[in-house]
Design a binder for this molecule. Structure first.
Ligand SMILES: Nc1ncnc2c1ncn2[C@@H]1O[C@H](COP(=O)(O)OP(=O)(O)OP(=O)(O)O)[C@@H](O)[C@H]1O
Ligand SMILES: [Mg+2]
Length: 430
């Protein structure tokens, strides 16, 4: 039997040889279910059209020959009254080179990275993401929130790293933690009970003297049945009239409500680390203006980002929307031989972007018309903002106590200055 990865290439071979038959159908939906089994769906208006029905049958026959048991043995061609309704609430994307062919890809968490949300106007949302955990992402986010609040800004921080929460502990002492967290809101929202917890999911950090740090933790002071809740959190919600709301749209609704009530100048989001459909959709669907990609210079990091970019590249329109918002952050830069390390990091980041996301500029064409940057261009998405590795920070049991001391500002700027200034620049851009 063919493997999962061969499904789409094999379908493309069939569609290529069946061009004439494909022309007779205005839209062909290919549904790949959770088990990786494929079915074809076409408009029911063709059911009574002998010529088109025969064309569809022939396509199905060729797909059977190529996919074998990966093409359903029963009901493998389905006629539906409304294809628009069918694709309305599910992740789908046009098959590359076949604009009339739509793939519906059923995933466990029903994430949809294919529709990159437009940047949310009236607010600044910034996502902190890393392929690997433990690179200082949450620490950097806390430091940025502290520095912005010192300058009088109202900063909201969200701990969306639900599987490995911890952001709030650097900004709040345990007793100040609110009663509930993001997980509780998402769980209660499934049964229209989110108002019960909404007033109690934000706490103000007392580290800020000038502005405000509004902390929205993953869970409340008492996490309750956290693992049971976590198992339900990435769920879509059933709505009246057979429609569904994807989890990422629910999350967006939470962000909208929080912004409406608390009116932050900027929202910093600690996203889950690693490559999966949830983190991928978080990056694309929260309307973030800037997506910070934390990186240490390791083979694992670059191959991980390659996988993520490949996933996005299945839908070229999505990539064009999202690539402008990306920014590499060099994390834990070693104290020794810094310049050499940063040059290596920059080179590898540039190679990655050039291979995957930058557009080649044809000879004699204006390079400004293309998404392409020189390796040394400091404004390029691949050019790393550096965060210094610091031995003192590495051994701290928590950040809350040091951040209370008045003389830390200089030290914080020495380590996190570049990322702080980068975000200040985004906020200044009203
Ligand atoms: N700039 C730094 N220099 C040295 N150590 C750091 C630095 N930033 C963070 N650390 C330390 O590295 C460890 C991991 O930091 P942190 O929790 O911020 O990483 P993370 O990327 O959010 O990890 P996770 O994926 O587990 O959420 C902590 O012990 C922290 O004190
Ligand atoms: Mg973290």
């Amino acid at each position: 039997m063919i493997t999962f990865d061969e499904i789409i290439p094999e379908i493309k071979i069939v569609l290529q040889e069946q061009t004439e038959n494909l022309k007779k159908i205005d839209r062909l939906i290919i549904n790949r279910d959770l088990n990786g089994i494929v079915r074809l769906v076409v408009d029911e208006k063709f059911e009574d059209n002998a010529e088109v029905k025969e064309a569809i049958r022939l396509i199905g026959q060729r797909i059977t020959a190529h996919l074998g048991p990966r093409f359903a043995d029963k009901n493998n061609i389905m006629y539906e009254s409304s294809l628009d309704d069918l694709i309305k609430d599910v992740p789908n994307f046009a098959l590359k080179d076949f604009p009339k062919v739509i793939i519906i890809d059923r995933l466990l968490a029903e994430s949809d990275w294919t529709n990159v949300s437009v940047v949310k106007p009236g607010t600044h949302r910034i996502v902190f993401y890393s392929i690997k955990g433990g690179v200082g992402r949450s620490t950097a986010l806390s430091m940025v929130s502290w520095a912005l609040a010192e300058e009088g800004r109202k900063v909201m921080v969200l701990d969306l790293d639900l599987e490995s929460p911890g952001l709030s502990s650097s900004l709040l002492p345990e007793e100040k933690c609110p009663a509930y967290g993001i997980v509780d809101w998402l769980i209660e929202d499934l049964v229209e009970n989110s108002e019960t917890v909404f007033p109690y999911i934000v706490a103000l950090s007392d580290l800020s003297h000038n502005g405000a740090i509004q902390v929205v933790p993953a869970h409340g002071k008492d996490p309750g049945e956290y693992i049971s809740k976590l198992g339900r959190v990435w769920m879509s919600k059933n709505k009246p009239l057979n429609s569904r709301e994807l989890w990422q749209n629910r999350l967006n609704r939470l962000l909208d409500e929080l912004e409406k009530k608390w009116k932050p100048d900027v929202v910093l989001i600690d996203s889950r680390a690693g490559i999966d459909e949830v983190s991928s959709a978080c990056l694309s669907s929260l309307g973030a203006e800037s997506i910070l990609l934390f990186a240490i210079d390791s083979t694992q990091t670059w191959s991980g980002y390659k996988l993520l970019f490949h996933h996005w590249l299945r839908n070229y329109d999505s990539v064009r929307t999202i690539r402008e918002r990306l920014q590499i952050v060099g994390a834990l830069i070693p104290e020794l031989d810094q310049d050499e390390y940063i040059a290596g990091l920059c080179e590898n980041a540039w190679n990655l972007f050039t291979d995957e996301l930058y557009e080649p500029v044809p000879a004699d064409e204006d390079e400004d018309a293309y998404f392409n940057f020189d390796k040394s261009d400091k404004d390029a998405p691949h050019f790393p903002l550096s965060i210094q590795g610091n031995r003192g920070l590495a051994v701290l049991p928590n950040l809350y106590s040091p951040l209370q001391q008045s003389a830390v500002k200089e030290k914080i700027y020495a380590i996190f200055g570049q990322i702080i200034d980068h975000i200040k620049g985004i906020i200044a851009n009203e």
